[in-house]
Design a protein around this ligand. Structure first.
Ligand SMILES: Cc1cc2nc3c(=O)[nH]c(=O)nc-3n(C[C@H](O)[C@H](O)[C@H](O)COP(=O)(O)OP(=O)(O)OC[C@H]3O[C@@H](n4cnc5c(N)ncnc54)[C@H](O)[C@@H]3O)c2cc1C
Length: 326
């Protein structure tokens, strides 16, 4: 690990003053479950590390007139257990609870989950976000069984965040604060498929801190279903987060967002259309799953993910319809 200056601010104002307008100069440290590995692997070599764990403003979950406000330092464990999250935002509680290992759930924060870097093994071995060599991506012709089945490149990594798809489906926004002031970005626009290696996969700027997540008022049924190779120290192979607004027994509107299948959470508009006006049954849920993957473009080793994503949608829908909010 390269040596660095360690800063311990006590307020958001102090913290943003320690950041830099250029990537690579200063990194934010929350739970450290990703940043420390990135630094040990020399993928991040910041001159300054800014610890945000003393920023009380970034803690806690509370109900507001606008819905639920989740501080960036809230851990996955707190999210998974919180009564307000569980009663109104089951899909978010599911996504947080699915993150394996109590250690990661207790140390990893909501802000860090959204800002974690991709787990693509090319990226982690220093080939850059787009895994380019001699002007060509190594992914299509290489080891790609955990890569994207949507998007068609040039970014073939998958967004690693389990909270991302749930927050996109719920219509959440994230608050980003720099020394110039705050701005809010819809979760759907926070994740970005980069077109070049110099870009980032999230809309965060180098001089900003993600301070909170705002999830609109809960008037819906929702669930997240994950398919994992192992329920231990790993990321999902495919997930689906669904949010249903019902009119009687029929779906008035649906949000279906796939995870771990593209460089960003992937909104499955075909599945949403297939559900409109339908009652959720095993048959309609299965049809929506098939619709969700109709545009998939699997690579040489990951066609299996197409089936997993379809099953995740079906099972998430069958779970969501059982949740209490209507
Ligand atoms: C074995 C293992 C399995 C895992 N499985 C899953 C999984 O299934 N699903 C999943 O979603 N995640 C998974 N993770 C990732 C884990 O959830 C993240 O590492 C964690 O959420 C990151 O949070 P942190 O607080 O530790 O962030 P840190 O490691 O402190 O930071 C991560 C990155 O985010 C930046 N950052 C952190 N907080 C902020 C902020 N508030 N504002 C701006 N930038 C910020 C940091 O600068 C850094 O670049 C797994 C991790 C491990 C090690």
């Amino acid at each position: 690990m390269q040596s660095f200056e360690y800063a311990n601010p006590n307020t958001v104002q102090e913290a943003v003053a320690l950041l830099s307008p250029r990537w690579g100069q200063a990194d934010i440290l929350a739970g450290g479950t990703d940043l420390i590995s990135l630094m040990k692997e020399y993928l991040h070599t910041p001159k300054r590390v800014v610890n945000i764990k003393n920023l009380e403003e970034l803690e806690g979950i509370r109900k507001t007139g606008a819905g639920l406000r989740i501080g960036a330092l809230v851990t996955m464990e707190e999210l998974a257990r919180n009564a307000d999250v569980r009663s109104g935002y089951q899909s978010l509680a599911d996504a947080a609870a699915g993150i394996p290992s109590p250690q990661i759930r207790h140390m990893g924060t909501a802000g860090g989950d959204l800002c974690q870097r991709p787990r693509c093994w090319y990226y982690r071995q220093g080939f850059g976000l787009l895994a380019m060599k001699d002007g060509k991506s190594l992914v299509p012709g290489g080891e790609n069984k955990y890569h994207a089945i949507f998007g068609g490149g040039p970014a073939y990594f998958v967004s690693a965040s389990s909270l991302g798809p749930a927050l996109v489906a719920l219509g959440a926004r994230v608050k980003l604060v720099s020394a110039k002031g705050p701005r809010e970005v819809p979760a759907a626009k926070f994740f970005v498929a980069p077109k070049d290696d110099a870009s980032r996969e999230i809309a965060l700027r180098p001089d900003e801190i993600l301070t909170e997540i705002i999830v609109p008022a809960a008037v819906v049924k929702s669930a997240t279903y994950e398919v994992r190779q192992k329920a231990a120290l790993d990321w999902p192979l495919a997930t689906a987060s669904v949010v249903l607004t019902m009119k009687g027994n029929a779906v008035a509107s649906a949000k279906v967002v796939l995870g771990h299948v593209a460089a960003t959470p992937w909104e499955a508009a075909d599945a949403e259309q297939a559900l409109a006006g339908k009652t959720i049954t095993p048959a309609t849920a299965e049809a929506a799953g098939k619709a969700a993957v109709s545009g998939a473009q699997p690579l040489s080793q990951n066609a299996y993910k197409v089936k997993l994503a379809a099953v995740a949608v079906k099972r998430a829908l069958l779970e969501a319809v059982k949740t209490s909010k209507a």
